[in-house]
Design a protein around this ligand. Sequence first.
Ligand code: URA
Length: 240
Amino acid sequence: MSVNDVPSSQTAPASLPANVITLKQTAQLEALYTIIRDKTTSRGDFIFYSDRIIRLLTLLVESALWLFNMVEEGLNHLPIVPKTVMTPTGVEYNGVGFEGRICGVSILRAGEAMEAGLREVCRSVRIGKILIQRDEQTALPKLFFSKLPDDIATRYVLLLDPMLATGGSAKKAVEVLKEAGVAEDRIIFINLISSPEGLKTFCSSFPLCRVITGWVDKGLNDKKYIIPGLGDFGERRYTA
Ligand code: URA
């Protein structure tokens, strides 16, 4: 085993649904996760190191889009368009430009923590918000609020929520996006840690969505927290 390999007991299950990709499971990445999992980590360090992982996840989006499209369709459907620019040497360069048809949608409140990372990678990206909470009567996830870009149906949507536990909120969020006219295959769900149960539920409900996750953990405890996990992401990020 090289120094960069991660012990197999800690790595993602060998078989993940076809529409899921993870960050490369290196020892360096595991060091970042070890810091944010540690209950003694200060709030400042939690924010700093979770932001580092969020940046890695958002950087993966473009190559993931390319990879998924190449694998599934043999076509390059990246949201880019031909673009010709004039260089300072007076020569035209026939390149490509971003089509600008990406937007972020964060699932409140923890998903908001991923917005800054996305903005670092996609400058002036439009961002919508969805608030989903448990309905105390039915115990099912219920939509409380959504504010989405008007033209969301024409965009690729990067759905942001750091923890995929049971998959209930993520499923509800995708239903909201689909009702707003977003095609399932234009939704990419990005999170830091997934449970195998959440991935299974989400991917079987929406086989055309893509999931980019930093790490797949062992499972859920009886309170539906991810284990080993990192506890309550929102608490650790927002509570001093
Ligand atoms: N949300 C969290 O913040 N942590 C979990 O473990 C599960 C859901």
